[in-house]
Ligand binder design. Structure first.
Ligand SMILES: [Zn+2]
Ligand SMILES: [Zn+2]
Length: 389
């Protein structure tokens, strides 16, 4: 028998508002939307930020099969968590059926999420009438403290500390447990206890990391968000296995997110910074989780033969240096064959030698590991890097 596998995809990871600034493209500019496929095939969608549009445009399941059941959890009604709804194409297809879960907001009353749909699509905000949304939509109210099962998965909802309220969700599947705790701020003991309950022993703990610890203590206090340091603290306290830094600030450039990730990794072993296109599988061979980053999006690649010296850090945290050939190169990145296994989302120094007019010239580049194909050739891994400067 093969082990059950769950697949978690990150379609939107940016907080507050989408960004299109090129300095943010590596981690991505779409607002929160995650997809979790449980081993029994149930599809869960967490939040409906602008990332939802991308998920909708890739909707066609393999072989055109219909997804068995889709359950959509909306954590709260701030723009960045609902803005993708009108642009989610599968909602306009008659045969689709969606189960929506969200809380009753005291500002909206009964059928809060249904009202959000109506308000978002009212004239003059959106040109298409709600009646064009042909998919079947079922709405269910959930409250902090609720716990229920959907086929083989157990769902737990808890209140988090955020202006106008926000629910965190814990999804326990036979392949592993995902805790999704976006938009929360430390400081309220009762709500912090909720956060710990959600994250308790989770395989993946996705936590708000919008601000730096310094901002959180000063200028951004009370804004309803958290930092990498809080995520590390909670992950340690409750034995969460992998921490994912989420809800990146729209003003955080890729380099700033790199630096937050670096600091978090100094204090906790398994941390990723949520990245648009990142896929994490749970269960499967071995234990642990496997993360995969998206390839470079716009790379115009050229076959190349450059001798290069590469310095970096291995998965086990050891420094390495080795000489290799760069075989595939673009302005944005390269594919490098390495004996050492560098850590995903770590930095590599790549020094390449290229023949120039005055003989061989050396070129120093800083790269960032976005993908690793272990065993691409015997004893070597194919390592995809994006150049950051
Ligand atoms: Zn948010
Ligand atoms: Zn919010």
């Amino acid at each position: 028998m093969t082990a059950p596998i769950a697949k978690l995809s990150f379609w939107g990871v940016r907080g507050s508002t989408p960004t299109v600034d090129p300095a943010t493209w590596r981690f991505g500019g779409n607002t929160p939307c995650l997809e979790l496929i449980a081993p029994d095939g149930t599809q869960f969608i967490l939040d409906c930020g602008t990332g939802l549009r991308m998920l909708g445009s890739r909707w066609a399941a393999p072989n055109g099969e219909k997804n068995p059941e889709t359950h959509i959890f909306v954590t709260h009604y701030h723009w960045d968590h609902i803005q993708g709804i009108p642009f989610f194409a599968p909602l306009y297809v008659e045969n689709n059926e969606f189960h929506f879960y969200s809380f009753r907001s005291k500002f909206l009353g009964r059928d809060s999420l249904k009202q959000v749909f109506e308000a978002q699509m009212a004239l003059p905000y959106f040109p298409v009438d709600l009646s064009a949304m042909n998919a079947k939509r079922k709405f269910k109210e959930v409250d902090g403290g609720d716990s229920f099962t959907i086929r083989d998965s157990k769902i737990t909802a808890r209140w988090l500390n955020h202006p106008q309220g926000c629910l965190g969700f814990r999804i326990e599947t036979p392949a592993g447990t995902v805790a999704y705790a976006t938009d929360n701020e430390p400081g309220d003991p009762k709500l912090e206890e909720n956060l710990r309950e959600l994250a308790e022993g989770a395989d993946i703990f996705i936590n708000d990391a919008q601000f730096t610890p310094e901002q959180l203590a000063t200028t951004r206090k009370g804004w309803g968000h958290s930092s990498w340091r809080e995520g590390v603290r909670v992950a340690r306290e409750v034995g969460a296995k992998t921490l994912v830094l989420f809800h990146h600030d729209p003003d955080s450039t890729d380099r700033m997110v790199d630096s937050l990730l670096r600091q978090a990794r100094e204090e906790f072993d398994s941390v990723f910074a949520a990245s648009e296109g990142m896929v994490i599988t749970l269960g499967g061979a071995g234990d642990g989780v496997q993360a995969h980053m998206p390839g470079t999006r716009t790379a115009l690649r050229r076959e190349a033969q450059f001798r290069a010296k590469v310095r970096g850090v291995t998965e086990g945290g050891k420094q390495f240096e080795e000489e290799t050939m760069v075989r595939d190169l673009s302005l944005q990145g390269a594919l490098i064959s390495l004996e050492n296994l560098p850590r995903l989302q770590s930095e590599l120094q790549v020094t390449m030698e290229a023949p120039g007019t005055d003989g061989v010239q050396s070129m120093q580049l800083r790269g960032y590991v976005v993908r690793i194909d272990a065993g691409a050739e015997k004893g070597h891994s194919a390592v995809g890097v994006v150049f950051t400067d």
